[in-house]
Design a protein around this ligand. Structure first.
Ligand code: FAD
Ligand code: NAP
Length: 496
């Protein structure tokens, strides 16, 4: 739609080119303290305030001068995995929060935290109140290994372990037992490497990050000295990226532990690999096979901890101690590869190998979950079935982020797929496929519903109070932030 258009709706007059009310005609203020715009503005609501939610909102607001966007978030705090996933020792990644904050503070965007969509308000109610609803609620479940013993004490999903060290309220009680010497991580993606690095990272590095204090205390007492990162396929198929592998290679006080036999034929295959994969594999080969220089050898000799990538192994069973109470090891099937490159498959050889360990962390991927029975959900792929972000057979319903694509991709990938969804939505508005002519109440009616149900949304300025408390708590102990760990604690600060 072109800018500088005058929109009339009853007594209200809004000029979309200048993004402001013509003075005297409007004095409405919504629950987030923002000026209310025309009741005939297209109203879009977004479910989830992670990168997908914020990037979708950003694109919509920028592309059309009349769209109003409300973001509903289950937790009282925004930013999804940027807050609760990204490793505490990667603060630079969290700079995207500055862009998200600009979007949240835009006059046509409002944030409503502490609203659990699917429970506090249904998707159908949102669809009644808005012209379009974008589902961007991420992937909050995890793939399970499906092997016996998975429920033993000492076995955790990476999702919970990451949530624990990053202060996700639902993981506050995890208290992982770190009294063993060896930890096994299943999966060789970047999450697995994040977890391995946090388990082995010297405390004097971690204590300068925003890792939670209970996690820092537990890691300071940790007896874990050896971390094996186990993949079902070979070195050429690892899912991690070079930056994260290099961080492992250079992690102070650690040395690598790899089996030369796992690298058979890999050096020969290097020349045919695409460049990023080639550089990643070269680093692995160098780390595993080359005799290090004197200085590096000395560093390795002095190291008190080891880490290793272990290949061609799939979990078969988590072994328990004699009391059948906690994990004492893991049985791994030995695989061989069928095919080559990315598409090769792990095939069982029939051989098994037992590894003694007291901690098993399964890092084989996250998984989206359905939140409302009225929304189509492909339980096989664990995504909302969609065509370029348009939810199939549900006009006015869209999806973006990990819920749309499945749980892979860095923030930049999520940004692109969210912009694509916003483009689909805008196209539908422009073409008339999405009818934005009937006036919709937007947050007004949803706020009334939430009020009736006793739900108190946390608006962005409330989050800023939480933010400021967390930063002062951090400052007092030399950390960038000390997160509040419970929803109650967050709400208390928000409501002050
Ligand atoms: P999310 O970030 O998960 O956001 C979903 C949001 O929806 C959450 O805020 C959630 O609370 C909310 N929500 C869920 N259910 C509801 C509901 N019922 N009602 C309302 N709201 C709801 N990428 C990088 O580029 N660099 C990194 O260093 C990096 N580290 C990562 C570390 C980990 C452990 C993980 C798992 C991923 C990491 N990524 C990283 C990838 C990046 O986090 C994702 O690409 C991105 O967060 C996906 O965005 P999303 O918005 O789809 O999901
Ligand atoms: P991922 O990259 O998809 O890796 C999953 C790993 O689990 C792969 O090694 C996979 O092996 C393995 N796996 C899957 N199913 C398995 C099974 N049934 N049995 C054994 N192994 C299995 O997922 P992720 O590590 O959760 O990361 C998710 C996304 O977030 C990725 O895109 C990642 O790059 C991103 N991320 C980025 C950063 C960063 O930039 N620093 C940090 C964390 C996460 P196969 O290849 O054989 O399937």
């Amino acid at each position: 739609m072109s800018g500088h258009k005058l929109l009339f709706s009853g007594l209200k007059l809004w000029t979309s080119g200048t993004s402001r009310w013509i003075s005297g005609l409007h004095d409405g203020v919504n629950k987030s303290g923002k000026a209310c715009f025309s009741s005939c503005s297209p109203k879009v609501c977004i479910v989830g305030s992670g990168p997908a939610g914020f990037y979708t909102a950003q694109h919509l607001i920028k592309a059309r001068q009349d769209v109003e966007v409300d973001i509903y978030e289950r937790l009282p705090v925004p930013f999804g995995l940027v807050r609760f996933g990204v490793a505490p020792d990667h603060p630079e990644v969290k700079n995207v929060i500055n862009t998200f904050t600009q979007t949240a503070k835009h006059s046509r965007c409002s944030f409503y935290g502490n609203v659990n969509v699917g429970k506090d308000v249904s998707i159908e109610e949102l669809r009644q109140a808005y012209h379009a609803v974008v589902l961007s609620y991420g992937a909050e479940g995890n793939r399970s290994m499906g092997v016996p013993g998975e429920d033993l004490a000492g076995v955790y999903s990476a999702k919970d372990f990451v949530g624990w060290y990053n202060g996700l309220p639902s993981c506050g009680e995890l208290s992982p037992d770190l009294s063993c010497e060896t930890a096994v991580i299943l999966g060789q993606g970047n999450v697995a490497l994040d977890v391995a690095r946090i388990l082995l990272c010297p405390i004097d590095i971690l204590e300068k990050t925003d890792i939670t204090q209970p996690a820092l205390d537990a890691l300071a007492e940790s007896q874990v000295r050896r971390v094996l990162i186990v993949g079902r396929r070979g070195p050429i198929q690892v899912a991690c990226t070079i930056k994260e592998l290099r961080e492992m290679v250079n992690l102070p006080d650690t040395r690598p532990e790899m089996a030369a036999a796992d690298f058979e034929g890999v050096t020969e295959a290097l020349k045919d690999l695409p460049r990023p994969r080639k550089r990643l594999t070269e680093l692995m080969v160098k780390t595993a096979l080359e005799i290090p220089g004197e200085k590096e050898q000395e560093r390795r000799n002095k190291a008190s901890r080891t880490w290793g990538l272990k290949f061609f192994r799939s979990p078969v069973e988590i072994l328990s101690d004699p009391d059948r109470k906690r994990t004492a090891g893991i049985r791994l099937a030995v695989n061989r590869l069928e095919g080559s490159g990315d598409s090769s498959r792990a095939v069982l050889t029939g051989e098994v190998e037992d590894v003694t360990c007291g901690l098993v962390i399964s890092s084989i991927g996250y998984k989206s979950l359905p939140i409302d029975p009225s929304v189509p959900f492909d339980s096989h792929k664990a995504i909302v079935p969609n065509n370029m972000g348009r939810v199939q057979q549900a006009a006015g319903l869209y999806c973006s982020g990990w819920l749309k694509t499945g749980p892979t991709g860095v923030i930049a990938t999520t940004m692109n797929n969210s912009f694509d969804t916003a483009r689909s939505l805008l196209e539908d508005m422009d073409s008339g496929t999405l009818d934005v002519s009937p006036a919709k109440p937007g947050s007004q009616s949803i706020s009334a519903l939430l009020d009736k149900r006793g739900v108190k949304p946390v608006v962005f300025s409330d989050w800023e109070k939480i933010d400021s408390v967390e930063m002062s708590r951090g400052k007092a102990i030399g950390k960038p932030r000390e997160k509040l760990l419970t929803v109650e604690g967050m709400l208390q600060e928000a409501q002050k």
